[in-house]
Design a protein around this ligand. Structure first.
Ligand SMILES: CC(C)(COP(=O)(O)OP(=O)(O)OC[C@H]1O[C@@H](n2cnc3c(N)ncnc32)[C@H](O)[C@@H]1OP(=O)(O)O)[C@@H](O)C(=O)NCCC(=O)NCCS
Length: 216
């Protein structure tokens, strides 16, 4: 099964690989949505849209970051402070401008609901691109993280030409480890990440494009 992703972009071109059939120029799409038209691009999957954060999305991130179930393996369940929420948003907006990627917010296409985030950021300790995901609990167990993760990896390897993508998590976070494995990522030992000992998973570009790579 091919990855059901379409990437609509006005600012990227695809130097070494021919664009897949699912990669289209923004101008060829009649999206009919003024909010989307203001943005440079978005990634679309069968059920989801992945979009850059804007200052007006603070409430959405606040819902995620103050839910003890969501931050259980990040802070031990302590909700983010207002200052930490502001810093997260500032960082996403800055990294989107600087690198062309961020931890994109996820919107469910059918309902317009905010579901969480899935995207990429550089790991401070190593500079490697890291994929990450957080969902509101009402969106768990629907395959949303895996569907978004497939699209994000495909974007990272195909559009941004990343050689490798890394994922890290608390070794007790079995739900997150399961997403990594479903995406075809492989265990690569442990690393210290923001002061925590974490499980490290990786997938390389050649693995993504090899037989069985970008499939699930
Ligand atoms: C980590 C997290 C995103 C995983 O969410 P998830 O819902 O388990 O993962 P997915 O969205 O990929 O869903 C997969 C599950 O949906 C089920 N599912 C239901 N419908 C599905 C569909 N249409 N397609 C695929 N899977 C589907 C799968 O069977 C699977 O359930 P299982 O694990 O019981 O087999 C979620 O637990 C979370 O947000 N946790 C808090 C934040 C966090 O810790 N993030 C990681 C930090 S490192």
């Amino acid at each position: 099964m091919a990855v059901a992703t379409s990437i609509i972009t006005s600012q990227y071109h695809f130097p070494n690989t021919p664009p897949s059939a699912s990669v289209r120029r923004w101008t060829q799409m009649d999206l009919g949505d003024p909010e989307i038209k203001k943005l440079n691009y978005f990634i679309e999957t069968e059920r989801l849209r992945l979009l850059p954060w804007t200052e007006t999305d603070r409430r959405d991130f606040e819902r995620l970051a103050t839910d003890p179930q969501v931050v259980r393996f990040i802070t031990g369940g302590t909700p983010y402070t207002a200052d930490r929420i502001d810093k997260f948003l500032e960082r996403q907006i800055r990294q989107q401008e600087q690198f062309g990627y961020s931890l994109w917010r996820i919107v469910v296409k059918d309902t317009g609901e905010f579901a969480g985030f899935c995207g990429l950021q550089p790991i401070a300790e190593t500079g490697e691109p890291e994929i990450g995901w957080w969902l509101l609990p009402e969106h768990w167990k629907k395959g949303i993280a895996t569907e978004a993760g497939q699209a994000v990896l495909d974007w990272g390897f195909r559009v941004s030409q990343m050689p490798i993508v890394v994922a890290v998590c608390n070794p007790a976070n079995v739900a997150s480890l399961a997403v990594m494995r479903r995406l075809g990522m492989q265990a690569d030992g442990e690393m210290v990440y923001r002061g925590q000992k974490c499980a490290r998973y990786v997938i390389r570009r050649d693995q993504w494009f090899s037989d069985g790579g970008c499939q699930n």
